[in-house]
Design a protein around this ligand. Structure first.
Ligand code: BG6
Length: 497
């Protein structure tokens, strides 16, 4: 018999998250090779509107890739610099510790370990850097939640082998995973093989490193074949961690698109069911239940996709399922059979607009209740422990002359989401950790800009990479510190510094 809970468990993990490509920089230092994310270019002088119009909604193209491969650092590629965590990590970890952070999520950059992806031996300097970083986390009482692949694969694997289209990439990934688990496994508390598994469907360059205009009409077929290879690679990663470090949890993650029917018309409900299956459940079903769900047969038939599997793939997926599920949560959307429904931006996708919700500066609809709905839905379906791997508000901030940053809008956003997460705990959901995304300001993934800031720590760099790079505590820094100390209770009172 379950007992009614009255709030967060004592061991709840209050966390923060970043990714290597968006934060680290040092793209050509320490033996690192060029990654796929090092190839995404931005004109730093573009306005917000220009970024949305010219960049954010355009898939990565063949011409962009060719230009990036030739470029030796003359042009401005924001991910090559990030927020320079590579050089600032000690002071950043000190700030995290000052806040009382309990869990830090970052990713390992594959091309820092295997610069070309197909190298026979790993880059010792890269391994040493991560050992130092994770050791320093533990010394500060912070657990590590480590993503093996957050969108950035060695670009050589794409140009030479076709990236995830080739099964060879599975082999290279397995070598990479065996190496990082052997070399760093004693310092990792949670492993997450892939960031946002469903991203490949919506942002092919990020998720499965496909150049959309090179695929033409075969794009859907190529995406799902790549995703199949990633599912196989994911199962291998689960197997490897379980074999080498039994008891260390390995998870699966998606970008969760919470979807409501736009009206009570049965057609809208059916649309919501399908949107949820195709955009969300497919991915977690494979990773947590260990098999392709039956509903995808009809979908694959409709979009003319045929997955090529090799003998043994299905057994591998069935045998090596994940121990927990994680997801990013930023917005909700509505599902409708009405083709003319108004649209707005959302994470990775254009979303159908919900007239009852307000939006961020970037058009993402703010819906704290959707987080509670999502947590309940995911726990009902899988009964696995849940971690919110990303949540937060991306918006512009102002650094005042006295070095303060007043961000009551971010505090309000976080507070409302944490409150509904607490409600989900009382609903009986086994949610064990919450990681605020872009914990210190990093380069935003979609727009590639610094001006879309998520951090509780302000980093003085602009969209052109100009600035001192200095770190400043925002008001939300003090707020989260108090929230952590109070274990998420009495949030109204935690504003005081
Ligand atoms: C998630 C990604 O999709 O959303 C992150 O895992 C990303 O890498 C985050 O930064 C927020 O999106 P954006 O485009 O605002 O940075």
């Amino acid at each position: 018999m379950h007992k009614l809970r009255n709030g967060f468990p004592d061991d709840f993990l209050w966390g923060g998250a970043i990714s290597a490509s968006q934060a680290d920089g040092g793209w050509n230092e320490g033996g690192k090779g060029k990654s796929t994310q090092d190839c995404r270019w931005l004109d730093g002088t573009w306005t917000h509107e220009q970024i949305e119009e010219k960049h954010h909604n355009n898939p990565f193209s063949h011409d962009e890739l060719m230009a990036a491969l030739d470029d030796d650092g003359t042009e401005f590629y924001p991910f090559r610099r990030g927020c320079d965590f590579y050089h600032h990590w000690k002071e950043d970890l000190d700030l995290f510790a000052e806040m009382g952070l309990k869990l830090f999520r970052t990713s390992i950059c594959w091309s820092r370990i295997f610069p070309n992806g197909d190298d026979e031996t790993p880059n010792a300097e890269g391994i040493a850097w991560y050992r130092e970083l994770f050791t320093a986390c533990h010394e500060r009482g912070i657990k590590t939640f480590v993503t093996m692949l957050h969108y950035d694969i060695p670009v050589n694997l794409v140009t030479k082998y076709g990236g995830w289209k080739s099964r060879k990439t599975i082999d290279f990934f397995v070598r990479y995973v065996e190496t990082i688990v052997d070399e760093l496994g004693d310092l990792v508390d949670f492993w997450l093989p892939f960031n946002e598994f469903n991203a490949g469907r919506f942002a092919p360059w990020d998720g499965v490193c496909l150049v959309a205009d090179e695929e033409g009409e075969k794009l859907d077929q190529s995406i799902f074949q790549c995703l199949h290879h990633e599912f196989v690679a994911n199962a291998h990663a689960v197997r490897i961690v379980h074999e080498k470090f039994p008891g260390v949890p390995v998870g699966g993650m998606i970008a969760r698109f919470c979807t409501y029917p736009a009206t009570c018309k049965p057609e809208d409900s059916l649309q919501a069911l399908h949107d949820d299956q195709y955009a969300n459940w497919f991915y977690t079903d494979v990773m947590a239940r260990g098999a392709y769900p039956a509903y995808m047969c009809r979908y694959f038939d409709q979009v003319d996709v045929e997955i090529e599997m090799e003998p043994g793939d299905e057994e591998l997926l069935a045998e090596h399922t994940v121990d927990f599920l994680a997801f990013s949560y930023y917005f909700s959307q509505v599902a409708t059979a009405d083709q003319g429904w108004a649209k707005t931006s959302g994470n990775l996708v254009m979303a159908n607009k919900n007239p009852y919700l307000e939006s961020t500066e970037w058009g993402w609809q703010i819906d704290p209740i959707g987080l509670r709905v999502t947590l309940n839905q995911m726990y009902d379906r899988y009964g696995l422990p849940l971690y919110i791997a990303e949540n937060g508000l991306g918006t512009s901030d102002v650094l005042e002359e006295d070095d303060s940053v007043h961000d009551p809008y971010r505090i309000d956003y976080l507070k409302r989401h944490i409150e509904t997460m607490r409600d989900a705990v009382i609903d009986g959901v086994d949610v064990r950790g919450y990681m605020i995304w872009g914990f210190l300001d990093i380069v935003a993934c979609g727009p590639l800009s610094m001006s879309k800031r998520y951090g509780l720590i302000y980093v003085d760099l602009d969209n052109e990479g100009k600035g001192t790079g200095r770190r400043y505590r925002k008001d939300s820094f003090y707020w989260y510190k108090n929230c952590i100390a109070a274990n998420g209770e009495a949030l109204d009172d935690t504003l005081k510094q």
